[in-house]
Design a protein. Structure first.
Length: 681
């Protein structure tokens, strides 16, 4: 057909900050997915640069100077001969590159365009004036604004100019392999017009913190770039790498010094995460062009445990939204009801939940009974009779359709819940599919996705879902249908951001180009910086804080502590250096657990010690983690860690490597309980 459709995949891809100029590529396999049955290597590992799919090993998290490598996002273009009418699409698509022939025409070049920004400071606080979080303040109107001294309205010109990091757009051609295009001050902003011509914008109003403020905490690193663009060698794929984990502090408009005292909302601070659209134009040898349906790049926190699957992932929340509200699979959900004739897929819908429970035990401090329970869950096979394997399954798992179960801490999953919910629940779609399996209505056939669709899904499967307080990769906005291009049938396809059309010819020096952009429950299209702006400011404080907590709200008489985000934010870990070798059995055995974040107890910059179990596993002062985040170690499967006895630690262990913390931290105790504060922590 002559009307071939071109789309960027993944629809969204995730980059991660690091303090090294080097990078690895984002995973293209799902966390926790068994990829090689002969070795038992689980999926989710990032990819070595310059390879198609070779997973990194323990040596690849840091560079030679022990700096944390960034995770870069790889984007591809797929061609489709038919408009999309259903999901999954019957047209599986095919990846295209420079030099390929499409409809008798040869692709002469591909021009990519990306625009990155950070709007965190010109946004509302995560916590509303009534103490609620997430979507609730937007529903009630009880919104508190960040950095109020610079104006009380988001569209205040001063706020939009000073409080937004806007690097502007950049372009790069697939023929420009070996070139790096930076989102920094010296690099000229460029864009593609409707005819496929690249234009420079010498007077684009780029904005960086030190254009307007004096850094009050230079030790945290100045922010002069949001990352770079490159073309992958020998392909036409785009590589986008993000920021360096830096933070910049500034005084209020009234001259007050910035403080760092809140877990998620701190006025007077920038970080260098970002997000923005990824677009492309294809140039053919006959002079014609084709526009490509765009994607989106998001840069967020480092991935300290890439193989650990979340019981509820970002995919589960996005998929639930599209199933229930955007009619993506009427055979599954139609006329407001789940269809009991639908068969769940054991490998796509059921096993991921079990693997999430199994793998998170390596990032938490479960007692022996809990470890045995998680191992048992992981042993379930598609040939097992669920009713015999788990006779009390429905009384074991929390029902998301029953609000009364939000506070039942004896049910699974045993993790903290979303805003205003005590404990985590599966999404409603997950729960329905799980119950279908339990009632014998499942199949071992995997969902028939095209390669582009697999990439879309895999990215989200590697990210946190369920608990958005505010989250760690994306947040509660993924449940808002207004975030997406809802008219997905036809050219667009599903799961794409409702991208704003920006007219770069209107850019003027000294005048902010970006506007307020997307807000939840409103239909305004999405601009650069609109996905990351709902996260913690800066990200370091939330990461430090989310170790163990009492539930919020806390059920009556409960003083047991639970985990926030054990898949994304390891709390208690098994360091590889703690393992011991049994020479008789020729095997490695686990050593003791340590907190992932642990100071050496020496000096003001390394204070993690506390007598309060509810405050363990973190720095007691947020500023200390901001200065030490790069010391945190990584969790990786033992297969990827060589030992000094030869071989590796095996496929049955997930161990911490490359931690730069020198102290043991506090003693790790299984399932601790909180204690009453005495005034001396």
């Amino acid at each position: 057909m002559s009307n071939t459709i071109f789309r960027v995949h993944p629809t969204i891809n995730i980059g991660r900050v690091g303090n090294s100029k080097e990078y690895y590529l984002a995973p293209e396999t799902a966390a926790g997915e068994l990829q090689d049955e002969s070795t038992g290597l689980f999926g989710g590992l990032p990819i070595k640069p310059g390879t198609e799919s070779t997973p990194i090993d323990h040596n690849d998290f840091r560079d030679a100077q022990k700096n944390v490598k960034r995770q870069a996002a790889r984007f591809r273009i797929f061609a489709y001969d038919e408009e999309q009418k259903e999901y999954p699409s019957k047209d599986l698509g095919r990846e295209i590159k420079k030099g390929d022939t499409v409809n008798g025409k040869t692709i002469k070049d591909i021009i990519w365009m990306v625009h990155l920004a950070n709007k965190k400071n010109n946004n509302y606080q995560i916590t509303g004036t009534d103490g609620t979080e997430g979507i609730a303040p937007y529903e009630s109107g009880n919104l508190a604004i960040r950095n109020e001294t610079y104006g009380k309205q988001l569209d205040d010109p001063t706020r939009m100019q000073k409080l937004v990091i806007d690097a502007g757009p950049r372009t790069i051609k697939s023929s420009e392999q070996g070139t790096t295009v930076a989102f920094d001050k010296p690099t000229t902003a460029t864009y593609i017009d409707n005819e496929g011509t690249v234009h420079s914008i010498g007077d684009y109003p780029k904005s960086y913190p030190d254009d307007f403020f004096e850094d009050q905490n230079p030790e945290a690193g100045n922010i002069t770039t949001l990352g770079e663009l490159q073309i992958e060698e020998n392909t036409s794929r785009l590589i986008v790498s993000g920021g360096y984990g830096n933070a910049f502090s500034f005084k209020s408009a009234t001259g007050s010094e910035p403080t760092l005292v809140d877990a998620i909302d701190n006025d007077g601070w920038f970080d260098d995460v970002s997000d923005g659209p990824v677009n492309a134009v294809i140039l053919f040898d006959d002079g014609s062009i084709s526009n490509v349906v765009g994607g989106w790049f998001v840069c967020t926190d480092p991935g300290y445990a890439p193989q650990t699957r979340n019981v509820v992932s970002t995919w589960d929340d996005i998929y639930n939204t599209w199933v229930e509200e955007l009619n993506i699979q009427p055979e599954l959900f139609n006329n407001g009801q789940y269809q009991t004739s639908y068969q769940s897929s054991f490998y796509d819908d059921i096993l991921p939940v079990f693997h999430g429970a199994f793998l998170q035990r390596w990032n938490t401090n479960l007692p022996g009974q809990g470890v045995n329970g998680h191992n048992f869950i992981a042993s379930i096979k598609p040939t097992d009779d669920p009713t015999k394997k788990i006779p009390n399954f429905q009384s074991l798992i929390r029902d998301p359709n029953n609000p009364e179960e939000d506070s039942e801490g004896v049910k699974m999953p045993l993790a903290l819940g979303d805003a205003q919910k005590s404990f985590l629940s599966l999404s409603k779609t997950q729960y329905f599919l799980m119950m279908q399996w339990y009632e014998g209505k499942s199949t071992t056939i995997k969902i028939p996705l095209g390669e582009g669709e697999k990439l879309d899904r895999t990215v989200f499967l590697n990210c946190l879902g369920g608990r958005y307080s505010p989250g760690i990769d994306l947040t509660f906005i993924v449940r808002d249908v207004n975030l997406y291009k809802q008219d997905w049938k036809g050219v667009t396809g599903p799961f794409r951001i409702n991208q704003a059309s920006l007219n770069y010819q209107d850019a003027k020096s000294g005048q902010a180009f970006l506007t307020v952009g997307y807000l939840p429950l409103q239909t305004t299209a999405v601009q650069p910086g609109d996905l990351s702006k709902f996260m913690s400011q800066p990200w370091h404080t939330d990461y430090n804080s989310c170790a163990v907590h009492e539930p919020s709200p806390n059920p009556e008489s409960n003083n047991t502590l639970y985990w926030s985000w054990p898949a994304q934010r390891p709390v208690q870990v098994y360091p590889a250096f703690e393992c011991t070798f049994d020479s008789d059995k020729q095997q490695w055995n686990l050593g003791g657990q340590l907190f992932s974040i642990r100071g050496d107890g020496k000096g003001a910059d390394n204070q993690t010690h506390t007598v309060l179990p509810q405050n363990e596993g973190r720095f007691q002062e947020y500023i200390d983690y901001l200065h030490n985040w790069h010391k945190t170690g990584f969790i990786i499967q033992g297969l990827q860690i060589p030992t000094d006895k030869g071989g590796n630690y095996g496929n049955d262990k997930f161990l911490e490597v490359e931690s730069l913390y020198t102290g043991p931290g506090d003693i790790v105790q299984p399932w601790p309980t909180s204690v009453v504060e005495t005034g001396n922590n």
